[in-house]
Design a protein around this ligand. Structure first.
Ligand SMILES: [Zn+2]
Length: 77
């Protein structure tokens, strides 16, 4: 990610972070094969990737995807 402005010095706690927190509260961590578009969808609970993502501000992601209660799969970056 390449944000154009400085990051906030204080954590933001607004309706969007509340929505994301609720979405992740009961999520299951693991890895998905969504980059293999010609293969059957698969989510492997408990596993992780070998790499992480790093934002231009220095923050890093974890190495897992999250299967949300609504069936969506989301990375934590
Ligand atoms: Zn950043």
């Amino acid at each position: 990610m390449e944000p154009t402005q400085q990051k906030s010095t204080e954590p933001i706690d607004d309706k969007y972070t509340e929505i994301m927190q609720k979405a992740f509260d009961n999520a299951v961590s693991g890895t998905a094969n969504y980059s293999s578009i010609d293969k059957e969808e698969r989510f492997t609970e408990g596993s992780g990737y070998r790499g992480i993502h790093r934002c231009s501000c220095g923050e890093t992601s974890g190495n897992k995807d999250y299967l949300l209660e609504n069936g969506m799969i989301k990375h934590d970056f």
